[in-house]
Structures are given as C-alpha cells and as structure tokens.
Ligand binder design. Structure first.
Ligand SMILES: O=C[C@H](O)[C@@H](O)CC(=O)C(=O)O
Ligand SMILES: [Zn+2]
Length: 274
C-alpha cells in the first residue's frame, strides 16, 4: 500500500497569512524517495498527485490509492514516471519498460497496475484524464530541447520537454525537466504565472548541503521556501514559481489544468514584484 497524504488547495489571501512552517505544511513536500516505499501526495490543485517509488531490490506495485475513490489508480487518470536513479523497470499492461536515468514513461488512462523494480528512483506524477493515450517510453533523444537564459544572468539552461503536444500526447499532464549550465542557478526569472494551470517542481541532482530558495506567492506578495535535494514543492495556479540555488541543480516541472500550451504564461514585469 502506498504511504499517502492530502494537501488542500488554499487561496492567495489565506496563503499570505502563513508563517514559514505553515507555508511548508501546505506547499513543501519532503521525505520522498524512501527505499522500499511508494509515497504519494494528493493535491487538490487540479488533483495532481505527485510522489515516488524506490523499489531498492524488491518490486513495488501501485494499483490503488483510497483518495481517488476508484477501484484502480489509473482507472480515470494518466501518469508520468521520471527515473532520477539508476536503470530500473516499470511494468504496465504486460510490458516491461526499462528506464535509464533521465527517461520518462507516459502511462495512459486505464492501463492498470504499475510495478516498479530494479535500481530506479522513480518520481511519479498523475492527473485526471478523459481518454487514453498510448503508454510511451520517452528517451532523452525524443524530448524537445529549448535553450534559455545566459551565463551573465546566471540562468543559462535547457528546458527538456517530455510530455508536450509535440513529443507525447497526454490529456492534461505537461512535464519535463530543466538542467543548468555550470554556474547558472536562476530558474524562470523574470517570473510568470498561469492561473489556468498549477505546477509542481522537484529539485534534484543537488549536493547534500546545497539549497534552492524557491520563490512563490502572488507577484505582489512573494514568499520563499528553502528546498533541499529531492524535495518537491506545489505551486498554486496564482503563484509565481522561480528560484535560485547555492549551486546548479536540475528540476522537474509538471503542470495540470485547463490547457497543454507550455508557452501560455503571463510574464510578470520586474517592477511588479514585491
Ligand atoms: O511554465 C513553465 C514552467 O514554469 C517551467 O517549465 C519553467 C522552466 O522550466 C524554466 O524556465 O527553466
Ligand atoms: Zn510555469
């Protein structure tokens, strides 16, 4: 059985009254990637579920989560699995998919139970779905690469898009990860919001003592959450999501909501940030 928890959606007026601990209780997700466990967080923002599976030698099967109210987890949902560990296997619908580090498996609605095995450290994302699309292994060479930023602004990076309409079809999940050039640490500044899509970040590939200061909140009311390696953060639709690290890092971004248009962002003019 997966270890589960629920995070409720709150409005920005409530969010701005929260202190550090309360902000973390709502938005920060720690304790993922525990060996021998599937851990899942059910967010009420667009009902995105995020979590982890670390088989560590013994196979782990995800078939049911009470929070979805369905007999099978994928009955009315789609899923993406990113392997941030060594090569591992994800078995679904009678097929074994071998995922190397940095590869993504899209699993369509109705595919049934999902079994994780091998040396993988699997990051799991799932959103409600309305139709099934083929389960697809997406290799790094299949993904779409968007170069962004510059060294001078410490934000030289490549956005690698896996669940994107040009790469792999999905109902509402959009996901990929962003890698920095050495010395670059700033993600998504100038910042943006997209009130029609929520987003979740997983920060990984960081040295143990490194931290990312993740920025959130309405543009006129920003807060920060201090993130360590392999920790996730839920970004409400009304919130900016940006950050700077004490070293370079990789972060997986994932979105769910009303459209799958990656470029549909409302950029925040620098003068509006508070
Ligand atoms: O809506 C898009 C998301 O916030 C991220 O994809 C941004 C990102 O990866 C980056 O700028 O590096
Ligand atoms: Zn965004």
């Amino acid at each position: 059985m997966p270890v589960t928890q629920t995070r409720y959606a709150i409005d920005p007026a409530t969010a701005k009254t929260l202190d550090t601990g309360q902000l973390r209780d709502h938005f920060h997700v720690g304790g993922l990637f525990a060996a021998g466990q599937i851990k899942l967080v059910y967010s009420h923002y667009d009902r995105l579920i995020l979590g982890s599976a670390v088989p560590a030698g013994a196979a782990l099967t995800l078939d049911h989560m009470a929070e979805t109210g369905t007999a099978n987890f994928l009955e009315r949902r789609e899923m993406a699995v990113l392997n941030i560990g060594e090569t591992g296997t994800v078995s679904v619908d009678g097929a074994d998919h071998s995922l190397d580090n940095g590869e993504v498996l899209y699993i369509g609605m109705g595919a049934g139970a999902v079994t994780f095995s091998g040396a993988g450290r699997f990051y799991i994302l799932s959103a409600p779905a309305h139709q099934t699309y083929p389960t697809t292994l997406i290799k790094l060479s299949d993904a779409r690469r968007v170069e962004m930023g510059a060294k001078e602004t410490a934000n030289e990076r490549v956005i690698i898009q896996f669940l994107h309409p040009d790469v792999c079809q999905s109902c509402q999940l959009l996901m990929g990860y962003t890698q920095f050039a050495e010395g670059s640490v700033w993600n998504t500044m100038p910042a943006h919001v997209h009130d029609r899509r929520m987003e979740a970040y997983l920060y990984f590939g960081m040295p143990e003592d490194s931290r990312v200061f993740h920025l959130m909140g309405e543009p006129s009311e920003t807060r920060h959450i201090v993130m360590a390696n392999e920790e996730a953060v839920i970004s409400p639709p009304w919130s900016i999501h940006s950050g700077a690290g004490t070293s370079s890092y990789t972060f997986c971004w994932a979105m769910a909501g009303d459209n799958v248009d990656f470029t549909d962002m409302d950029m925040v003019p620098m003068g509006d940030l508070r």
